[in-house]
Design a protein around this ligand. Sequence first.
Ligand code: GLP
Length: 253
Amino acid sequence: MKIKIGNITVFLLDSYDMISKRAAAMVASQVTVKPKSVLGLATGSTPVGMYQELVKMYQKDEVDFSDIRTFNLDEYFPIQQDNEQSYAYYMNQNLFSHINIKKESIHIPNGATSDVGIECDVYDKAMEDAGGIDLQVLGIGNNGHIGFNEPNLHFETGTHVVELDAGTIQANARFFQSESEVPRQAISMGIRNIMNAKKIVLLANGAAKADIMEKMLYGEVSPHVPASVLQLHRDVTVLLDQEAGAKIRSHIK
Ligand code: GLP
């Protein structure tokens, strides 16, 4: 089912598999229509299925990634790229090592930088030089974070260093040996970087995301719920499975 909530187009889909396929189709169409597309990419468990679909499409010769450029939303700080929990490692495992993207076209904030201030500036400049993001893929944290823009008193604009919320550290501890190993900081694109994207697609699945999806779509726009700012963007598509869309369904019945 497709509905419109304010400016946002929401697809209430049956399953995670359907979210993954639809998101992959959106990315592939973007790349086909504009081979030199600049893609903004997300990590986390949510987009794993979408990346699998994109790899399958590439293997079937349905999409060519040779001219795209990519910018990832975020990276832990500090972290080495070969650490299996780094987002650099994740991207390589889930997508980049399986497709024909050029190495020099991949951008991920460097979590091993010795000067994080410069790293943020360089990242913003690289995005600007690339002409901005054509299609930004987003997941959402249980607290409404996008990238690592945590609930805050104000919206951060450009790429910046973030102190991770206790809840985010706890949620992400499942990927690490223990909670104490989760880095306390991250480098993240800011809200301006994300809002400057021409198109945005946000994916969410599972019951743990039901409350935050309702707040994001029906609540007031506030930096306390960072994803709510997407209500102000002109081209956002949200893909939800049954569980993540449960509260939205209750609004339309
Ligand atoms: C992580 C990432 C986000 C991601 C979110 C949700 O901490 N920084 O980019 O969207 O949390 O993760 P998941 O998809 O695993 O629920």
